[in-house]
Design a protein around this ligand. Structure first.
Ligand code: CP3
Length: 368
């Protein structure tokens, strides 16, 4: 069935708000992407990944592609976290096979002092137009997720200049230890930019927002709180909470942040995203039912045989339950991968995963 012809399904929003659901909702990080041949086709037509992001009609088209194939419970805006530093003037480009890069990485003190937060409705107008277009095209079938990178993760790219070869974060960490004042300034301006950006997405139609702190896990225990968590707390406090009379839940995902989930749950977000290294049940015991949890199937598990993928999906679902008889219809769990889907994933395996999550959580609920 075409995604937009489906009846209204808000299980995703209800799960995030820990309200009763029909089954455990599922979506996948990077669900629109290179593992889908139709994505590669649209990207070819657009000319490049960035041109695809900057064309609202095409961004809308690729956002909907995975929903036509699979019974996913949410759509996520097709864009990238690096559009924000691009709008700050750093000059984003994608070198073929090398990932994102900036023409003007932030290194000099004068450039850092000159940094200002862009007006999202001007400099990121194409993102807002894409959000509005996608929201219209969805016809209320499933909720639309907006997103941003965390200030720390954006700063990693801005200072390092991209995701190039030295992946030890030497430049940005040298700044962290040597000139924390400069790094704090970058994080401060970026935090303002992210708040404005996410609120503009909400005003344009995003119904939930996710903060990707992809590189929070590379920080020391003390530095995580000072350079990442504090700024995410400011963002969550600055977000629009209600739009069109509906709560707009927020999800915070620190990759590699399993040891800090109690602190993450305390910043006021509605849900915490987990990678596959943390057990969902343990996480729940540690933070109680204060927030919902999202995750956490290992993306590399998608390369196993179909029956192994299905069994692993059931294991992940069962790991969330406090006891075997617990009804999945209580809400509080959004099934996802623990990180983005690999471009080499067979699309048929995605269908098995999504269908298994639905059937197993429905069955477990019926028994519970
Ligand atoms: O989830 C979705 O379907 C929405 C789209 C989305 C993309 N990037 C599309 C994309 C989202 C939510 C992101 C977030 C993003 N971008 C993150 C945070 C999540 C994470 O993975 O930790 C980060 C760190 C980035 C930066 C980025 N963008 C990198 C490192 C790369 C290259 C890596 C790669 O997979 O090649 C990108 C490019 C990118 N962003 C692609 C897509 C579909 C592939 C580009 C292509 O089509 O050539």
């Amino acid at each position: 069935m075409s995604p937009t012809a489906r009846p209204k399904n808000d299980n995703f929003l209800r799960a995030l708000l820990r309200q009763p659901v029909d089954y455990t909702p599922v979506w996948l990080m990077r669900q629109a992407g290179r593992y889908l041949p139709e994505y590669n086709e649209t990207r070819r037509r657009a000319g490049s990944f960035l041109q695809l992001c900057k064309n609202p009609q095409m961004a809308c088209e690729v956002t909907l592609q995975p929903l036509s194939r699979f019974e996913l419970d949410a759509a996520i805006l097709f864009s990238d976290i690096l559009t924000v530093p691009d709008a700050m003037g750093l000059g984003l480009y994608f070198a073929e096979g090398e990932g994102p890069k900036f023409e003007r990485p932030l290194r000099e003190e004068w450039a850092i002092r000159d940094l200002t937060a862009p007006d999202p409705n001007v400099h990121l107008r194409y993102v807002m137009d894409a959000v509005a277009e996608i929201r219209r095209a969805l016809h209320g079938s499933v909720p639309l997720i907006g997103f941003s990178g965390s200030p720390w993760t954006l700063a990693c790219y801005m200072v390092e200049g991209g995701s190039g070869s030295p992946t030890d974060y030497r430049t940005v960490k040298t700044m962290l230890y040597d000139r924390p004042d400069l790094l704090h300034h970058i994080l401060d301006v970026t935090t303002t930019a992210v708040i404005d950006y996410l609120n503009a997405q909400i005003a344009s139609g995003a119904q939930a927002v996710m903060i990707f702190d992809s590189w929070g896990g590379v920080l020391s225990h003390a530095a995580y709180r000072e350079f990442s968590l504090t700024y995410m707390q400011r963002i969550v406090a600055g977000l629009t909470r209600v739009a069109d009379g509906e709560r707009v839940p927020s999800i915070v995902f620190t990759k590699g942040g399993g040891q800090w989930i109690e602190s993450i749950a305390d910043i006021g977000c509605d849900a915490v995203g987990l990678d596959w290294t943390t057990d969902l049940g343990d996480a729940r015991r540690r933070i109680g039912d204060r927030v919902a949890l999202q995750g956490n199937f290992d993306p590399m598990g998608m390369f196993a045989a179909p029956e192994k993928v299905a069994a692993e999906a059931c294991r992940v679902l069962d790991s969330y339950a406090a006891d075997p008889a617990e009804a999945r219809t209580a809400g509080g769990h959004v099934f996802n991968l623990g990180h983005g889907i690999s471009q080499f994933t067979p699309p048929d395996t995605v269908k098995i995963l999504v269908d298994t999550v639905h059937s197993h959580s429905r069955r477990a609920s019926a028994q519970g």
